[in-house]
Design a protein around this ligand. Structure first.
Ligand code: ADP
Ligand code: MG
Length: 295
């Protein structure tokens, strides 16, 4: 336990994200082939099948022909330098980019073989199936109970108060928060600690029984102890959910994920089993990144 905490503590003092190198032997563009990802980007049992995905903000490309499967009940980590497109790509998975006017998404993106970007698709239903947890905990300024009950109420998942109570309790239990809050469910969520708020946001996301949980740097605003709790929670949740986590912490990716995807300048450079990425990466850019030659 001590070693784990020391590792995490040393990370927290580092800057939030790492920068692209100033000095590099060859410019990265010359050693990235568009649309080509080394390693194992595909899966035998895909939840998401993403092919030739491109994303533009206005005319500026942010994601360049990425193809990737994300497996059922897999935890996959997205890593890479700041600004390389991790959040942009993550947001495609539940159409969170729809709210950015200048953002355009091209390519084929399927969840269980159904087109995520089908214009007839019900986006509210999509986001109930593919939930999201953000970098900064964002509980509603409501009671702890009402935060968790919010989704089940709008989706009509509980007809009776006792059913709703049960969903709230189960979600808080799964998020490892029940014992800490069971005697103050009516207290305002904004009075909780940052780590508790983030676990509350996870409870809120899982209260509607999603199939996938997307997490964009969920621990970067948390202290080491809260981080360790959220990481334990990710391990438990992975038994029932598919989890996609963006993280700037390589140690975190190594601790929580099965596969790791390395992004660089909008390309998906390498995807491999996490252990392989961190011990014997296939691509020289991945190696430069994980050995700290840049960043
Ligand atoms: N809302 C936005 N409008 C315009 N450009 C954006 C927006 N969000 C991200 N970008 C650009 O897209 C690229 C990828 O950004 P982002 O997905 O946030 O990267 P990461 O999460 O890896 O740091 C960057 O060049 C960034 O400036
Ligand atoms: Mg980001």
């Amino acid at each position: 336990m001590n070693t784990v905490n020391t590792t995490i503590a040393s990370e927290v003092s580092q800057p939030d994200e790492v920068a692209v190198p100033v000095q590099e032997s060859k410019p990265a563009e010359t050693i990235i082939e568009e649309g080509k990802t080394v390693g194992k980007p595909f899966s035998d049992d895909p939840k998401f099948k993403l092919r030739d995905v491109e994303v533009f903000y206005g005319d500026a490309p942010a994601i360049k022909k990425i193809s990737l499967d994300i497996g059922c009940n897999e935890v996959i980590a997205f890593i890479g330098p700041s600004g390389c497109g991790k959040s942009t790509f993550l947001r495609c998975l539940n159409r969170m980019n729809d709210s950015i006017d200048i953002c355009r998404v091209k390519g084929s993106l399927k969840l269980d073989d159904h087109d995520i970007y089908d214009p007839k698709r019900d986006v509210v239903e999509l986001r109930a199936r593919v939930g999201m947890v953000f970098q900064k905990p964002n509980p509603f300024p409501k009671s702890i109970y009402d935060n968790v009950a919010y989704g089940p109420r709008i989706h009509g998942l509980a007809n009776r108060k006792s059913d709703l109570d049960e969903i709230v309790e189960n979600s808080l239990r799964k998020a490892g928060l029940w014992d800490e809050v069971k005697d103050r469910l009516d207290a305002n969520a904004t009075g909780m600690s940052g780590g508790q708020q983030q676990r509350l946001c996870i409870a809120r996301a899982i209260a509607v029984s999603p199939e996938v949980v997307l997490m964009d740097e969920p621990c970067s605003a948390l202290d080491p102890i809260a981080t360790a709790k959220v990481e334990e929670l990710i391990a438990e949740l992975s038994e029932s959910y598919t989890i996609v986590i963006v993280t700037h912490s390589m140690q975190q990716a190594a601790r929580v994920s099965h596969r790791t995807a390395y992004f660089h300048l909008g390309h998906l450079v390498e995807v491999n089993e996490t252990n392989k990425v961190f011990t014997s990466p296939e691509h020289e850019l991945t190696e430069s990144y994980i050995t700290g030659r840049f960043g």
